[in-house]
Design a binder for this molecule. Sequence first.
Ligand code: ADP
Length: 262
Amino acid sequence: MTDDDSTLILPAVGDTMVLPRVDDEGGADEAVHDALIELDGVGMTYPGPPPVEALKPVGLRVEAGEYVAIVGPSGSGKSTLLNLLGLLDVPTRGTYYLDGVDTSTMKESQRTRLRADKIGFIFQSFHLMAHRSATENVAMSLVYQGVPRRRRKAIARAKLELVGLGHRLDALPTTLSGGERQRVAIARALAAEPSLLLCDEPTGNLDSATAEAVLATIDELHAQGLTILMITHDHDVAERAGRAVTIRDGRLSEGNHVAAPA
Ligand code: ADP
């Protein structure tokens, strides 16, 4: 646990509570963008018809090294936010600075490059290639980075060892347990040395003992300095993070309100 426990569980007092690090006007105006993630008035409206305001304009800062859970029920806007933070989608309002870089004016190719350099993803369904070994699954993620083949394999092995799969380097995903598959996915996410690990319900398909082991691996990565952003509807998962942000009806607010006692 961290000094941020004060933000972990705050009483739900409607939509008007005072927020320490999220504001719905779009953040501060100063020109220094030194956070790893800074959303300045970022909002997302799907065109429809009818238009859907899936994310209300928000300011959010996540510092390098933080572990932040984004908690919210189905339909609250979690995927929308994840897609924006992961540079998979472009906001219809506001500016997203990633590691100080304004991503809103970038061309698609620049965004793709930045994504590959800075962001590792882990999803609920592991998205592994079934007919490739664990090592190949991890190594393939570096093909578009221009990393030579031999080096790709060396990195893949090192990352698989890091997540405790050094003994299953040549295993096919079909011969691995759910938890082991998610570890391969974590190793793949780490291959390019990202600054940010974006996790989308990574334990949603796992039994509780396996989920615990995967979350412990994520805790360890955080302890080593990686910035973690965890999208979840599971409050037990959220409580492992040093900080929780709730999303409800497209509105972000600091704290794990949904988990707060009535
Ligand atoms: P969650 O991930 O929390 O379930 P989403 O971000 O998927 O929530 O959805 C937030 C809201 O935006 C929902 O009302 C959903 O129906 C709507 N939505 C999501 N994607 C689209 C889209 N491509 N076009 C229109 N509406 C969308």
